[in-house]
Every structure is written in structure tokens, then in C-alpha cells.
Design a protein around this ligand. Structure first.
Ligand code: FES
Ligand code: FES
Length: 159
């Protein structure tokens, strides 16, 4: 069936099997491999995207459920060559090892900081508890959240 979605500001269509996931449509049909397929069971957060502004696991959403809706993926965060502050912070903090979990974390952290930048570490840990990393031990990811939070605040103050 033909599914039409607005992805990162652009209307795109794909002819998909009705049982395919949004994740599969993004990666295999629309050429957007940033969202990762690690568990395909809603357990790891590697496939996190926004659907009509709400954070979802793209592996748990059927592609037809996204028809005529707005999807934002990790590919939509950078502004041309300029990384998003959360992406910059992950690089700066060394929060990336194998990188498989990174797009999902970047999306989840961006979602968190766009909604609320004054969070305690416990609140950040709770908010990110659906994202799993097998490499970093999370300390550097939390450091990246601290860096990004300060930077996003600063940029808002400058506007
Ligand atoms: S691949 Fe979707 S939650 Fe793990
Ligand atoms: S950096 Fe490897 S799973 Fe997180």
C-alpha cells in the first residue's frame, strides 16, 4: 500500500507491505538509516523518532499508521553541516563508542531538553531509561546531556 509521510519537512511516499514497521519504511524505503534496528521489540530505544511530535519507537509503529502524519528523525536534527547541540555534546563528551545506540539517545535527549532543560540527574536517568547502551556505562552520556543542556539554554538566551 502507498504510505505518505512528512519526514523532516518533506513529503515522501513509499509502497510498503501493510505489516511493515515505520522503522523499516524509513530505513529500507526512504533511505534514512539513522534510526537503528537493535531489538525490534520496543526494548532498546535505538529506533526513536518523533511521530506528530511524540517520541515513539519506530519499530513498534506500523508504517500505515504514519500515513499523512509528521515524522522527525535523527537525520532532521543537523542544520546542513552544523551539528545539533546534542550531537555536538555527544561527540565532545566522548559518549559514542560503537555508536549503535547513539541516534536513539540523541533523539531522546533532544526531546527531553526541548521540553525541559532544568532537570536533575535522577530525572534525566528516568527519562532515558528506555534507551539502552551496551558500551558506555552511561556516565559519558549523562555528561553529554549536561553539556547539551547548558548549550541549548545559552542559545535560547542569545535569541
Ligand atoms: S529497535 Fe525499536 S526499541 Fe529497539
Ligand atoms: S555506544 Fe555502543 S551501544 Fe551505546
Amino acid at each position: 500500500m502507498l504510505v505518505r509521510v512528512n519526514v523532516n519537512g518533506e513529503w515522501r511516499s513509499a509502497d510498503v507491505w501493510p505489516g511493515s514497521s515505520l522503522l523499516s519504511m524509513l530505513r529500507d524505503d526512504l533511505g534514512l538509516p539513522g534510526s537503528k534496528n537493535a531489538c525490534e521489540q520496543g526494548e532498546c530505544g535505538s529506533c526513536s523518532v518523533w511521530l506528530d511530535g511524540a517520541l515513539v519507537c519506530a519499530c513498534l509503529v506500523l508504517a500505515p499508521q504514519a500515513h499523512e502524519r509528521v515524522v522527525r528523525t535523527v537525520e532532521g536534527l543537523a542544520a546542513g553541516e552544523a551539528m545539533h547541540p546534542v550531537q555536538e555534546a555527544f561527540v565532545e563528551a566522548g559518549a559514542v563508542q560503537c555508536g549503535f545506540c547513539t541516534p536513539g539517545f540523541v533523539v531522546a535527549v533532544t526531546d527531553l531538553l526541548e521540553r525541559d532543560e532544568d532537570l536533575t540527574e535522577a530525572e534525566v536517568r528516568e527519562a532515558l531509561s528506555g534507551n539502552l547502551c551496551r558500551c558506555t556505562g552511561y556516565a559519558k552520556i549523562l555528561e553529554a546531556v549536561r553539556i547539551a543542556s547548558g548549550r541549548m539554554h545559552l542559545r535560547e538566551d542569545e535569541v
